[in-house]
Ligand binder design. Structure first.
Ligand SMILES: CC(C)(COP(=O)(O)OP(=O)(O)OC[C@H]1O[C@@H](n2cnc3c(N)ncnc32)[C@H](O)[C@@H]1OP(=O)(O)O)[C@@H](O)C(=O)NCCC(=O)NCCS
Length: 124
């Protein structure tokens, strides 16, 4: 039904989601969220503090594509809108926030959007 994995980074403090995919005919049924939740528990058990993902926009799916993001990159980021079902909104619904963007990562006007989620409370 789906497949999720993660790569350990920063001596285990940070884990990068790769890959995440849910079978096309089984999407929007909560499977992606369940996979994320399960991965979060696995990473917490291994002492990870942060889960992150790079989610490309190669097909003009958000307002961050086909524009020059320089020099005020964050002005574009705070006004991001989903034009064609880009998964950044899925990650937001799972508690991730945008922590960065790499302009032109996949060619001119095709950025990679970096999203992260804390797996610990700073107060604890
Ligand atoms: C992105 C993906 C993993 C989401 O999996 P899913 O099983 O469909 O997600 P869920 O059903 O758990 O969705 C959880 C929430 O996110 C929303 N959501 C899911 N995909 C979305 C999208 N593309 N755009 C906007 N919202 C989305 C759902 O509507 C749901 O919202 P709700 O809680 O308000 O009902 C799946 O669409 C997929 O495999 N896409 C192709 C591969 C891909 O893009 N992988 C990510 C690479 S970074």
């Amino acid at each position: 039904m789906g497949w999720i994995g993660a790569v350990e980074q920063y001596e285990g403090n940070v884990w990068e989601i790769h890959p995440l995919i849910v079978r096309a005919d089984s999407r929007r049924q909560g499977i992606g969220r369940s996979l994320i939740r399960d991965l979060e528990n696995c990473v917490i058990k291994r002492g990870g503090l942060t889960l992150w993902v790079g989610t490309d926009d190669e097909n003009n799916q958000t307002t961050l594509s086909q524009v020059n993001l320089y020099p005020n990159v964050w002005e574009h980021v705070v006004k991001i809108r989903n034009l064609k079902n880009h998964p950044y909104e899925f990650y937001q619904k799972c508690g991730f926030v945008i922590v960065g963007v790499m302009p032109d990562a996949n060619g001119i006007g095709k950025p990679d959007i970096y999203m992260a989620k804390s797996l610990h409370s700073i107060d604890s």
